[in-house]
Design a protein around this ligand. Structure first.
Ligand SMILES: Nc1ncnc2c1ncn2[C@@H]1O[C@H](COP(=O)(O)OP(=O)(O)O)[C@@H](O)[C@H]1O
Ligand SMILES: [Mg+2]
Length: 241
């Protein structure tokens, strides 16, 4: 059975503006199966369909054909409201630009997604406090984003993505705005989350970033191909500071 797959797509297709002159086949039959506790990377040139796939996996958009089971739930069976609930409970998003609210403290930013739950304020803040501690930012709770480094801002964004304890973390170019040493710290954090049984899906154009993942997929003209394993073993070298 497919029960342990947290992400399972079958022949997933997406056509923008179907039937018009502007028709674009953005996804052409994507079959993807990802288990709990896996860390995968998706690479591919600009326009190959990576963001479109991410939007499908994140239940932000609906496919034109094929199916998507998210943690065992057939997303096509849900109405918009149920999809929003699924998104809240199952998926955390991390973006290149961090997308933090500038006037709010780190703690308030992290607590934000819980505003749409029934948890009382005290519980929300307690959970946000724990989430910030888990990413090593206990001493920065009261700081606003502008008072934090890029790497710290991304860790706040990751804590925010995890506040509702979703099994899936979707990250679109999360290290794109960071220097390589800081990027490595974020990747180390993703590996730890993987080891804690999260499923991490990382979009990147950078092979140095992708090689941290357990599996690498290549997107090309809307088709997804898994890269064969068996590249050279990488020395476990620490980045030079
Ligand atoms: N909302 C949209 N409407 C029409 N075409 C789109 C839309 N979003 C993306 N596309 C097209 O779909 C293809 C895949 O885009 P995208 O998923 O953004 O690729 P990537 O993230 O790999 O750069 C591109 O040809 C793009 O122009
Ligand atoms: Mg994109």
């Amino acid at each position: 059975m497919t029960e342990s797959a947290v992400i399972q797509t079958r022949a997933l297709g997406k056509v923008y503006s179907p039937g018009s002159e502007a028709e674009v086949v953005a996804l052409a039959g994507v079959d993807m199966r990802i288990e709990r506790g896996e860390f995968v990377a998706i690479m591919g040139p600009s326009g190959s369909g990576k963001s479109t796939l991410m939007n499908m996996l994140g239940c932000l958009d609906t496919p034109s054909s094929g199916s998507y089971h998210c943690d065992g739930i057939d997303v096509a069976m849900l109405d918009a409201e149920q999809r929003a609930v699924l998104r809240r409970d199952k998926i955390g998003f991390v973006f290149q630009g961090f997308n933090l609210l500038p006037r709010m403290s780190a703690l308030e930013n992290v607590a934000m997604p819980m505003a749409y739950t029934s948890a009382p304020r005290g519980e929300r803040l307690r959970r946000a406090h724990e989430a910030l501690a888990a990413v090593g930012l206990s001493t920065r709770e009261g700081h606003r984003p502008s008072e934090l480094s890029g790497g710290q801002q991304q860790r706040v964004a990751i804590a925010r993505a995890l506040i509702n304890r979703p099994p899936i973390l979707l990250a679109d170019e999360p290290t794109g705005a960071l220097d390589s040493v800081t990027g490595e710290e974020i990747l180390a954090l993703f590996k730890r989350l993987r080891d804690e049984d999260h499923t991490v899906v990382l979009i990147t154009h950078d092979p140095e970033v992708a090689r941290h993942a357990d599996r690498i997929f290549l997107m090309r003209d809307g088709e997804l191909h898994e890269q064969a394993v068996g590249g050279p073993a990488h020395p476990a070298a620490e980045p030079v500071r």
